[in-house]
Each structure stands twice: as structure tokens, then as C-alpha cells.
Ligand binder design. Sequence first.
Ligand SMILES: C[S@@+](CC[C@H](N)C(=O)[O-])C[C@H]1O[C@@H](n2cnc3c(N)ncnc32)[C@H](O)[C@@H]1O
Length: 367
Amino acid sequence: MFKTIKKLKIRNSKFILGNSLNELKDLETSSVDMIFCDPPYFLQLSKELRRPDMTVVKGVEENWDKFSSYAEYDEFTSLWLKECKRILKQDGTIWLIGTYHNIYRLGFHLQNLNFWILNDIIWNKVNPLPNFKGTRFTNAHEIIIWATKSKESKYTFNYHTMKKMNNNKQMRSDWSLKVCQGKERLKNEFKKTLHSTQKPEQLLERIVLASTRPGDLILDPFFGTGTTGAVCKKLGRNFIGIEKNSLYMKAAKQRIMQVEPIDTSAIEEVSNKNLLKKVPFSDLLKKGLIQPGERIFNSKKNIEATILPNGNLKFKKREGSIHKIGAYVQNKAACNGWTYWYVKSNKKMVSINDHRNLLRTENSSKE
Ligand SMILES: C[S@@+](CC[C@H](N)C(=O)[O-])C[C@H]1O[C@@H](n2cnc3c(N)ncnc32)[C@H](O)[C@@H]1O
């Protein structure tokens, strides 16, 4: 059905057959909203593992997981991670998944590159492979690190979507999900498991819905069977998948072609994505809704500050964002400046939140 051509563009998504160390270099700086990385684990398996009935356990024995030393794995990791940092948008996030074999090394390089870790998620495997020899605890989880490009990034976190998906309770950092199995697990021509580490779609669905918006662009530099691509297509996101193994890439394309997009409005935070978009306070100045030098007040009008041309506020000698100054004047640790501050418009007090909503409506009607 598909030719294994090197680069195939599908609408706004892209399949790239090649080595990520080379291919990432061709991607535009600050161009993707989210990156999901499921890199080689460097498992260092030495012996064949058998079940009690002597059948062989399919582990990760492929060449893609082989490195001569930690030094080689570290060099590989720092090279692709550095490129990912360049390609990620300022407010984008990156997810790295691994096991105890590699996750600490991934975390080390991530922090060295000044990414900012938001969470580490424990993927608790509900149905893990037992420890057949009984020599250690059953290895029943993987760790997923979620990080922003920098400490200052204004990243997307769809808190309410996550809550909704978790029976209206705040989503925690321990996720109990099954490993990929049944019809979802791709098979080769001999009806054997095609890829030893195919991730479950449910895991990627949670990641994509938590940290992206419809229409966002997601990069996966270790695409494998294309789980990220399949989930992106289903949830209305675009993707770039890079995979060096042509068999996996071919299977990924076939799989993704069959995916039908679903209507996510019932689960996404707000059906109109523009309502979710961040509006910087300085946009109110740009649009002429407020003026530099204008006074801004709390609802009781007993606190007032001055709006500066850069979108900050000045209160006495202190300068800062609407949130920072709002918190300062109330002697609180935090404040939502959008709901705290008001400006005068036609002799009436107008919440700056109303101005923000006006801009959001304007933006949405343009699309
Ligand atoms: C852990 S698997 C990813 C599995 C994938 N998440 C899935 O659900 O199918 C890692 C994948 O990275 C690919 N890979 C390893 N090194 C690579 C490289 N330098 N460039 C591109 N792909 C690479 C391997 O062929 C393998 O398919």
C-alpha cells in the first residue's frame, strides 16, 4: 500500500525514514509544540530469557538498542536532545519515557540542557511481564519525564481535561494502564509481535490531551510503530515521525492510514480552541483596549497601579506582571491578575478579563 520513500508528507504531518541524529538537523527552529521521545533503552540483555514452559520471551534484542558503552549512549542522547531543544517552541513541552536502564541518564542530560522538569510520571503497568526467574521484583513500571524548554515557558496543561478523564478527581502522577496488547499490538507476516516496545495508545492519548491543543504539531524522533502518529491523527493533532527502520515505518504508515479522527470536544477542556489560547496582557495595549500610563484598579477601587508600555504594572516603586503586582498588593503568594484588575471605560469599571475574552472572540472569528 505504501512505498518506502524517504520522506512522505501527509497533509500537515510528515513521516521521515532516517536517523534522527541527521534528520532532526533539518527541522525548523522553534517549530513544534510538543515532543514525545521513546528512545532506545540500552537494556544490555546478555542471555535469552525463557518462561517456565521454556518458550522464549521476546525482549528488546534488536540492534537499535545496542550501544558499546554508557559513554556512547550518553553522546547519542545529548546529541538528539540538544536538537529537540532547538526545535521545540519556547512554550512547548517534551516527554521522555524510559526504564531504570536509561531514565536517569535521560534526566541528567535534560537538566544539563536547562530543560525544566514539571513532573515525572509513573506508568504503572497493570499487566506486566512476570519476573520468571524470581530473582528480582517484577519490573512493573516505566518513568515518563515531562519538562518545559525553560523555567519561564508558559506551557499548555489541560488540567480540566485530565480531571474529567479521572472521574472528576485531580489527575495524579501515577498512571495505571495496560501494556499494549490484543488487536492494537502490530504483528509481522509470521503473526509474531512486530515491535518489542510498542506503547499503548491510551498512554499517548493522555500525554497528547494533557499538553497540546487541537491542530498542534508534535514531534516523535523514535517513531517505531507510529503510536504517536496514530493518536495524533485520532485527536486532531499534526505530527512529524522519524524512524530509521523501514519495516517499522511501513507498518506505522499503514496503521495511521486506517485511523479515523474522533470528535474530541466532549473531552477537551473547551471545544473552541481559541478560548484556550493564552492572551498576553500586552495584547490589550496593542489592540488599543487600554493605554500606557492608564490607571488600573481592584474591584473596590482602593488599590491602583499604572499600566506601563511593556505590559507590566507599576505600584509605588515596584514593577511586575498583573499577577505579580496583584499578589503583592494583597500580600498573597499568588493572584490571578485577570480577575483582580479593572480599568475605566466610558466611566464604567471593566474587568480586564472582559477585554481578554473580547480578544479571544475576535481571534476565533478570524479563523
Ligand atoms: C523504544 S522504540 C519506540 C517505540 C514507539 N514508541 C512505538 O510505540 O512503537 C525506539 C525506536 O527508535 C528507533 N530508533 C533507534 N535509534 C534511532 C535513530 N537514531 N533514529 C531514528 N530512529 C531510531 C528504533 O528503530 C525503534 O523503533
